[in-house]
Ligand binder design. Structure first.
Ligand SMILES: [Ca+2]
Ligand SMILES: [Ca+2]
Ligand SMILES: [Ca+2]
Length: 388
């Protein structure tokens, strides 16, 4: 269920090429196939942090500490009910991860290349629920959404119930797959809650909670008075898909730059998420729009689907640190105990951080106004996993 590979000492900058040898614990079958999937992760150390501060429907300003992690939280301790109905987040038991303990988090939102690689390991039957179209659809059919910068299309049609489809990246829409400008590194929108948790079960991760989202943003820092985005200040510069250099390529960048660079605020038929991450060799946390530990795009780009929201006490209170085990049900669904099965109002799931189409208030670290997820696929929803 995965291997961590890390530097042998604290460092920064590009990671040089190295040879890594993995040895199987049990002998392979002669019929086995092998693939390697790399996902860049960020380590989040154990430690207390603050939730709340500014935003709509924000949590009460309290410290999440060892007591909260080990004893659970009473709803009255962290729910600021003033001026906002339905943001109630019920009491959580001791086993519910509130972020004090150490965990790992995906550095980036799930990319289009990563979701295609996932789809291409599934059976035909599993693909039928993890795509919006039948796996035997014709070449070039968009498999999640045909708009808003999603380039995942059928590259080779499947054979009903027998041979799965091959899905490829073709953001530039010319029916030639995997070209330099085909959006492999663009974040993958149109992911339903069930799509995201299936990916995370397959990748041996789990969804993050709302508390963990705020820790990724704020880290151990104090509140910035008033408006506060994932990079810890109110600085904000708009990036949009309408103003890009090298669009769709591995070097896609916004034509804008500066402190608080963030994809938000453009809601058109063609607008969509940008390439995962703004960091470059010499950018600061501010210029990269990064969270305290180095996660990218926590504010903006795609909405972060988290455990939490309006009705956690009845639907997600049994959520624990259990990670996925690499296997999905034969029907294509995640099957980890305690994970809400369906997203949407009242199921214990929510969006945090806003997206490429949202107004600035949704981008704030403490904002919970987007707390109700959709039950289906919407263009501005993406995914990011964590793991203990
Ligand atoms: Ca192409
Ligand atoms: Ca995001
Ligand atoms: Ca599983």
């Amino acid at each position: 269920m995965g291997v961590y590979i890390r530097r042998n000492a604290v460092g920064a900058g590009a990671i040089p090429t190295a040879t890594v040898t993995l040895t199987l614990q049990t002998a392979a079958n002669t019929t086995d196939n092998f693939q390697i999937h790399g996902i860049e992760m960020v380590f989040v150390p154990q430690g207390s942090f603050l939730i709340g501060n500014a935003g709509n429907c924000q949590f009460s300003n309290i410290t999440i500490d060892a007591t909260a992690e080990n004893s659970g939280l009473n709803a009255t301790a962290f729910n600021n009910v003033g001026g906002c109905t339905n943001q109630y987040f019920g009491s959580v038991p001791a086993a519910f991860p509130v972020g004090f303990n150490a965990f790992y988090s995906m550095k980036y939102e799930i990319s289009q290349d990563q979701y295609a690689a996932f789809l291409n390991t599934l059976t035909y039957t599993q693909q039928t629920v993890r795509m919006a179209v039948s796996p035997n659809a014709t070449i070039g059919t968009y498999v999640l959404g045909a708009t808003n910068r999603n380039g995942l299309r059928i590259q080779t049609p499947g054979v009903v119930s027998n041979v799965p489809a091959v899905v490829g990246c073709d953001l530039n829409g010319n029916l030639v797959f995997g070209e330099n400008a085909d959006g492999q590194n663009v974040a993958c929108g149109w992911l339903s809650w069930q799509d995201m948790i299936a990916y995370l079960d397959w990748a041996a991760m789990r969804p993050m909670t709302e508390f963990e989202f705020e820790k990724l943003c704020r880290g151990t820092e104090p509140y910035f008075p008033g408006t506060e985005y994932a990079w810890g200040t109110p600085s904000l510069i708009q990036a949009t898909s309408a103003a890009l250099s090298n669009a769709g390529t591995p070097s896609e960048t916004s034509t804008a730059s500066g402190p608080g660079l963030c994809a938000y605020g453009l809601n058109t038929a063609t607008s969509g998420p940008l390439r995962c991450g703004f960091a470059a060799a010499l950018t600061t946390r501010q210029q990269a729009g990064a969270g305290f530990y180095g996660n990218m795009d926590l504010s903006g780009n795609l909405g972060e689907q988290c455990i939490g929201g309006t009705n956690n006490n009845s639907q997600a209170a049994s959520f624990t640190t259990a990670n996925g085990n690499g296997n999905l049900l034969s029907t294509g669904f995640a099957d980890v105990a305690g994970w809400p099965f369906i997203g949407g109002g009242g199921t214990g799931t929510c969006y945090r951080g806003g997206s490429y189409l949202d107004a600035t208030n949704f981008l704030q670290t403490g904002d919970r106004a987007g707390r109700t997820t959709s039950t289906g696929r919407i263009a501005q929803a993406g995914g990011r996993g964590v793991r203990n």
